[in-house]
Design a binder for this molecule. Structure first.
Ligand code: ADP
Ligand code: PAZ
Ligand code: K
Length: 255
C-alpha cells in the first residue's frame, strides 16, 4: 500500500491508498521539533487502531512546505517502512508545466493540488486551499501551472488580530448570526468570516477575468467547509485533493 503525506504549517495530512482506494485519511498537528521516532510512534499507533498493518506499506510519497520536517519524514519512511519516499520537488514529473518566474520557489503542496485538479477536470482550474495560508493556484486549459495568489489563512488572520489588539480576545471561527455584530466576539466573527468570503470571491473573480476560458473552482483545506457554506463560488470541495495528487504523482515517477 502507498502512504501519502502532506506536511503543512498547521497539520500533517496522511493517507493510505490500497490501489486507488483511500483506505485511511487522518491529520496530526505539525510540530517542528518532533523526531522521526516520535512521529513514527504516533503514525504506527494510528495505523494499528485503524486496522492497517505497517508491513503492508511499501511505498511513500510526500510533499512538504516545512523543510525541517521533510527530512524527518524521509528518515521515518526509510526506517519504519523500508521505503525510499518520493518527495515532490524540482524535477518531479507532475503532469503540469510550471510557468513561474522561479518554479523552484512554489510550494510543493500547490503544485500537487494543481496536478490533481487538472487530472480530475481537464479544464482550466483554480484550486483554493484554505489552510495556514490561503493559496489560489491556477492551471490553464492546456495544463500549465500559471501562478496564483497567497493570502493569510482565516486562523492566521484571526490570530494576528488577537495578538495585535490588547482588547480583542481569541475567538472561535463560527459564523455569526448577522453581519452587524452586537458584541466584540460577534463583531470579530463577522469581520473575519464575511470579510474572508469577500476576499475569496474577489481573488477568484480577478483570476477568472484574466483567463480565456471558464475555470473549475475547487476548494480544499481545513477551512473549506466553513467558507463553502457562505458562497457559491466553489464548483466543488475535495478534502482529499492533495492526497489524491500525491498518489497520482507517485505513479508518474515510479513504476
Ligand atoms: N476538520 C477540521 N474542521 C475545521 N477546521 C479545521 C479542520 N482541520 C483543520 N482545521 C483548521 O484549518 C486550519 C489548518 O488547515 P490545514 O488545511 O490543515 O492547514 P495546513 O495545510 O496549512 O497545515 C487550522 O486553522 C485549523 O483550525
Ligand atoms: C503558501 C504556503 C505557506 C501554504 O502553506 P500551508 O498553508 O499549506 O501550510 C506554502 O505553499 C509555501 O510556503 N509556499 C512557498 C511560496 C510559494 O508557494 O510561492
Ligand atoms: K496544505
Amino acid at each position: 500500500m502507498l502512504l501519502v503525506i502532506d506536511i503543512g504549517n498547521t497539520n500533517i495530512s496522511i493517507g493510505v491508498y490500497d490501489a486507488d482506494r483511500l483506505a485511511l485519511s487522518l491529520r496530526v498537528a505539525t510540530v517542528i521539533n518532533r523526531m522521526p521516532d516520535e512521529y513514527a510512534a504516533l503514525l504506527l499507533q494510528l495505523l494499528d487502531i485503524n486496522g492497517i498493518k505497517a508491513e503492508s506499506i511499501n511505498k511513500v510519497a510526500l510533499c512538504s512546505v516545512v523543510p525541517p520536517l521533510t527530512d524527518t519524514f524521509e528518515e521515518l519512511s526509510r526506517r519504519y517502512f523500508k521505503a525510499e519516499p518520493l518527495i515532490v520537488g524540482a524535477g518531479t514529473k507532475t503532469g503540469v508545466k510550471i510557468r513561474m518566474d522561479n518554479p523552484r520557489e512554489v510550494g510543493a503542496d500547490r503544485i500537487v493540488n494543481a496536478a490533481a485538479a487538472y487530472q480530475l477536470y481537464k479544464t482550466a482550474c483554480i484550486v483554493v486551499d484554505l489552510g495556514t495560508a490561503t493559496t489560489f493556484d491556477t492551471v490553464s486549459a492546456d495544463g500549465e501551472y500559471i501562478g496564483g495568489a497567497i493570502a493569510p489563512g482565516l486562523n492566521t488572520a484571526a490570530e494576528a488580530l488577537t495578538s495585535r489588539a490588547s482588547m480583542l480576545p481569541r475567538i472561535e471561527l463560527h459564523r455569526p448570526e448577522k453581519a452587524i455584530g452586537t458584541s466584540t466576539v460577534k463583531a470579530m466573527q463577522s469581520g473575519l468570516i464575511f470579510g474572508y468570503v469577500g476576499l475569496v470571491e474577489a481573488v477568484i473573480g480577478r483570476i477568472q477575468a484574466e483567463l480565456p476560458s471558464q475555470a473549475t473552482v475547487i476548494a480544499t483545506g481545513g477551512h473549506a467547509d466553513l467558507l463553502a457554506a457562505e458562497t457559491r463560488i466553489f464548483n466543488t470541495i475535495n478534502h482529499d485533493l492533495t492526497l489524491y495528487g500525491l498518489r497520482l504523482i507517485y505513479y508518474m515517477n515510479r513504476a
